[in-house]
Design a protein around this ligand. Structure first.
Ligand SMILES: [Mg+2]
Length: 251
């Protein structure tokens, strides 16, 4: 072989290597396209809200969601289902991550997944890497603003089958706390049983990057073309465009 003195014009960068015992992933914009969630899934839930609220009035979670909508939107205590749904539709329009909305949508989507009327979306680079890291002994968990009730079927009904056997924990804003507060990451570390430095969080949201770093976690920021936070300012965090750009090794 002859040695060339000309450097490679576009050398492939080595994958970023992170030493961690557990990986926690955000969903929207990180594992999955935000447009799919705001498009297909919202379209599925929107016309089903009223019937769902009325048909499940006896479910304590739905009754609580109804009370929360009334409180948050300053509706009269005897507000009709139509009035509640109008508020929910407005929140969906503005992409407000309100807990009662997430609860009701989560139940509707769970049934939709169960009936195979909807299935989830993952970027092509995600599932093979999740499988490889799980195989390698890295614990996997999820932290999303979507309710746990919607996260589980999302992973259960992936285009590549049921991924829930890979996942050790699902966390949302009810079980862990707001995604932009460091204390939420402390809560997740405690629940998973790892020190902050043994954990890595993957997310596309600069505010979440800051919160997880403030809690002492390692963080990999995702800047994916076409997603809401593409080329955002991640304040010096490690930034990649794909799961293929990262390698996780046990410390
Ligand atoms: Mg996100």
């Amino acid at each position: 072989m002859t040695e060339s003195l000309t450097p490679e014009p576009h050398p492939t960068p080595d994958p970023l290597t992170v030493a961690a015992r557990a990986l926690v992933v955000d969903i929207e914009g990180t594992t999955s396209a935000a447009g799919f969630i705001l498009g297909d899934l919202y379209d599925y839930a929107r016309p089903r809200l009223a019937a769902w609220i009325d048909d499940h009035a006896a479910d304590p979670a739905i009754a609580e969601a109804r009370r929360q909508v009334i409180a948050d939107a300053d509706l009269p205590g005897d507000a009709t289902t139509d009035a509640i749904v109008a508020v929910l539709h407005e929140w969906m329009e503005r992409d407000v991550k309100a807990t009662p909305l997430k609860t009701i949508q989560g139940q509707i989507w769970a049934e939709g997944f169960e009936k195979a009327e909807i299935s989830s979306h993952f970027f092509d680079d995600v599932i093979p890497k999740l499988r490889a890291w799980h195989e390698h002994g890295v614990a996997l968990a999820v932290f999303s603003s979507g309710s746990v009730a919607s996260q589980v079927p999302w992973f259960q009904h992936s285009p590549d089958g049921d991924l829930t056997p890979l996942i050790s924990g699902f966390f949302d804003t009810v079980s862990a706390g707001p995604k932009k507060e460091a204390a939420s990451y402390d809560a997740i570390a405690g629940a998973l049983g790892y020190a902050a430095a043994e954990l890595v969080f993957f997310t596309d949201n600069p505010g979440e990057v800051a919160a997880a770093r403030a809690a002492g976690w390692q963080v990999v920021a995702f800047s994916r073309a076409g997603e809401p936070f593409f080329e955002a300012d991640f304040d010096g965090a490690m930034v990649v465009a794909s799961f293929d750009d990262v390698e996780i090794v046990l410390p």
